[in-house]
Ligand binder design. Structure first.
Ligand SMILES: C[C@H](O)CC(=O)SCCNC(=O)CCNC(=O)[C@H](O)C(C)(C)COP(=O)(O)OP(=O)(O)OC[C@H]1O[C@@H](n2cnc3c(N)ncnc32)[C@H](O)[C@@H]1OP(=O)(O)O
Length: 725
């Protein structure tokens, strides 16, 4: 592995090429920053250097400030770990230097990387380079002058769009907006950047300090109008996070009092935000996502992923068509199999509609849609299955049907072919019972809509081979999913952990709490919608289908009522038919339907769980806790049984699969900010009043008794808590 260092080569033309080397993304670690200061100082002092080219090694400029430093600060609270880069390095040493710098950008310049490039006097880039300031997605704001220089280079509207949405652009767009001065091929990058730097030094090209530019900024009154609109947008998109508002405040400081004043404010706010709980949660999720790529005995045993050239999807329903859409969108040819031509046509149409939806939203071009469709073929039998490398079965949840399909697949597919099922409930050992191919049977549990939702739960049994797991992880990444490898149990990791979410909400309703209040409390916490609206959107079929399965798998700790059946009986089917707990009308926000109250009352009467027949009186915090603490409790069982290999897998799964607020760090991370002792005590109290639904698990009890975090999977001494395996 290349050493972490900054190098400097001085050419006979008088240009010093300073190169950042910190694979894989040239993160700006404190040692890199120290190295940059040292090399720049040397370049300034040497009489044979006229100009500088700043670049990155290995085809990448820089992925920004080293995020590991944030983690260290989150653990220790020690802000002195943050080097002073914004003023000391970017303003004083690079931008205000007596010798000009040109950034030679390849691959990516993100966060602090782009900010350093913007401190240079020009930027030359290769065409594919990705440019952006994604700091807000880590709970901070740009801290090396980005809030000031980006608006001065690309104009305020574009800069706000890029920062508030953490949106990257590619070099071509960067050139259009003025962020990039020239686009060149990778072969010419250094040569042209050197000439550019010399041209600036010898005044053949302008010597521009971004911070002092004003030509791209609009008038003060226009700027205030743009900022006002942005503030309204921020209240909508990020009501529970501080960094968006702080970012706008820093930009406004610079608009009102000049770039340097803005830089000073930005540096102060940046430091404050590094310590915020939002940053702690978001940085945790960043690393939790990357940790999913490491699976012991799978990714560390020297296996190479095999090429998956062609995939067959069985079943063209909602899930099958979504999975096929995701595959063809990422250039994987798909055979879609259905039982008759009617169903097949419906499946193919659904895939086309999925793609058209993306075109309509602007996230896919018509050309790419046509290309994707050309990779799709519908079939009615298994004759072409001899040419596929993977099959994903996505038929209805019926054991006998799945068993017979897998028995057929064993004969129809080549021996190397991966046999995956998208079941969300059935034990994989049972699915594969009638085959001799247990080693290549695996769960590929997508979330609906499969072409949109980012999570892929990869379910392995004791017999699934590591090669098959690795192959599915690889194809999962290729279709832009985050694959999380989990063990085999009812509901697997995500649905199992979250079954008490819906049931807890139903229990509260039957204890007398208002449905719409529950939804309001849960959405204000940061979930995309409350549990009842979610049930409306998902359709009641799902709730009815899993009811008995959960009841028998999690005996003694489920809550059942007649509510969903009564809703269906009254002609309600959720969003599907426009009538659920809410009324759904085209083009309008869902409206609470007061007439469900009578149905709820009937269900309350049948369940008869209110103590003394009276509604319980609880505050909003208790509403939230009574819904989420049982989820935490089930998550504890999931960890205890080894269904996940580390706590952070549940964090990323809860964020990507259930919409748990990312800035709260995921379900276990959030629970640990509250404390195992508190959660245990509350569950214990409710178990006594309201029954075993709330009974704390042994795992939770063990951590609460010892005062340990829930993320500490192994309490017998090893230091796995929060570790990134
Ligand atoms: C003061 C400043 O304003 C503050 C900042 O600059 S904060 C940092 C801003 N930069 C970012 O947010 C970029 C974060 N990184 C990314 O988005 C993506 O990693 C990327 C687009 C750079 C590369 O993506 P991809 O090729 O899919 O690789 P990915 O798996 O994500 O990353 C490769 C490795 O680099 C690490 N890495 C990426 N960016 C990093 C960073 N800025 N600091 C430290 N490590 C980083 C990842 O953790 C991963 O490590 P691992 O292999 O040990 O798990």
């Amino acid at each position: 592995m290349a050493a972490v260092r900054v190098t400097m080569e001085i050419g006979s033309d008088g240009v010093a090429v300073i190169t950042i080397c910190n694979p894989p993304v040239n993160a700006l670690a404190p040692s890199i920053i120290a190295g940059l200061k040292e090399k720049y100082t040397e370049a300034m002092n040497r009489s044979d250097v006229k100009a500088i080219v700043l670049t990155g090694d290995g085809g990448k400029f820089s992925g920004g400030f080293d995020i590991n430093v944030f983690t260290e600060i989150h653990k220790t609270g020690n802000l002195s770990l943050l080097p002073d880069v914004s003023v000391k390095l970017v303003v004083n040493i690079i931008e205000d230097a007596p010798k000009p710098s040109v950034a030679a950008i390849q691959g990516l310049a993100l966060g602090g990387g782009l900010e350093m490039a913007m401190g240079c006097h020009a930027r030359v880039s290769t065409p594919e380079a990705q440019l952006g300031l994604p700091e807000l997605s880590l709970g901070v704001i740009p801290g090396f002058g980005g809030t000031q220089r980006l608006p001065r280079l690309v104009g305020l509207p574009k800069a706000l769009d890029m920062m508030l949405q953490s949106k990257s652009i590619i070099a071509k767009e960067g050139e259009k907006y003025g962020l990039i001065d020239a686009i060149v091929s990778p072969e010419d990058l250094l040569k042209i950047s050197r000439c550019w730097a010399l041209d600036i030094a010898e005044r053949r090209k302008p010597w521009i300090s971004s911070l002092r530019r004003t030509d791209r900024l609009c008038s003060l009154s226009e700027a205030h109008e743009i900022l006002k609109a942005a503030r309204q947008q921020v209240n909508r998109i990020a009501p529970n996070m501080p960094q968006h508002k702080e970012c706008l405040d820093s930009v406004e400081e610079g608009v009102n009092f000049g770039g340097y004043a803005g830089v000073l404010k930005e540096a102060k706010v940046f430091k404050e935000l590094v310590l915020s709980s939002t940053s702690k949660g978001l940085v945790h999720v960043f690393f939790a996502q990357r940790a999913t790529s490491r699976v012991h005995s799978v990714t560390d045993v020297g296996l190479r992923p095999r090429k998956i050239k062609r995939v067959a999807v069985i079943g063209g329903g909602l899930m099958g068509s979504g999975i096929a859409t995701a595959l063809i969108l990422s250039n994987t040819p798909v055979i879609l199999k259905e039982i008759d031509s009617n169903f097949l046509q419906m499946g193919l149409k659904m895939i086309q509609a999925n793609l058209e939806g993306l075109v309509k939203k602007g996230s896919l071009t018509q050309d790419k849609m046509n290309k994707a469709l050309s990779l799709l073929k519908g079939v009615l039998d298994y004759s072409e299955f001899k040419h596929v490398d993977m099959v994903i079965e996505a038929v209805i949840e019926k054991v006998s049907l799945k068993q017979s399909i897998f028995a057929d697949l064993e004969n129809a597919c080549p021996p190397h072919c991966i046999l995956a099922t998208n079941t969300s409930t059935i034990d994989l050992n049972i699915v594969g019972e009638k085959t001799r191919s247990q080693d290549r049977i695996i769960g590929a549990h997508f979330f609906s809509p499969a072409h949109v939702m980012p999570l892929l739960e990869i379910v392995r049994t004791d017999k699934t081979s590591p090669q098959v797991i690795l192959d599915l992880m690889t194809i999962g990444k290729a279709i832009r999913k985050v694959p999380v490898v989990v063990g085999n149990c009812t509901g697997f990791a995500v649905n199992r952990t979250f079954f008490p979410y819906t049931q807890g909400a139903h229990l509260l309703v039957h204890l007398g709490v208002d449905v719409f209040r529950i939804d309001r409390v849960v959405s204000s916490f940061g979930m995309p919608m409350g549990p009842f609206q979610l049930q409306d959107v998902a359709g009641y079929g799902v709730a009815l289908a899993v009811k008995d399965i959960y009841d028998s798998a999690f005996q003694g700790r489920t809550f059942q009522s007649q509510l969903v059946e009564l809703m269906v009986k009254s002609g309600r089917n959720g969003k599907n038919n426009g009538k659920g707990y809410y009324i759904y009308e085209k083009g309008q926000k869902p409206k609470p339907d007061p007439s469900v109250e009578a149905i709820i009352e009937e269900s309350r009467r049948l369940s008869n769980v209110m103590p003394g027949g009276k509604p319980i009186a609880i505050n909003d915090q208790e509403v939230l806790e009574m819904i989420f603490f049982p989820v935490v409790n089930e998550a504890c069982r999931v960890m205890d049984e080894g269904v996940v290999i580390r706590a952070s897998d549940l964090d990323i799964s809860s964020v990507l699969g259930m919409g748990f607020p990312r800035y709260r760090g995921g379900i276990i991370f959030w629970a640990d900010t509250i404390g195992s002792g508190y959660i245990y005590a509350k569950l214990n109290k409710w178990a006594k009043s309201y029954g075993n639904f709330f009974k704390p698990s042994a795992y939770l009890e063990a951590r609460a008794t010892k005062g340990l975090p829930l993320s500490m999977v192994n309490v017998s001494g090893s230091q796995q808590s929060r570790s990134r395996m």
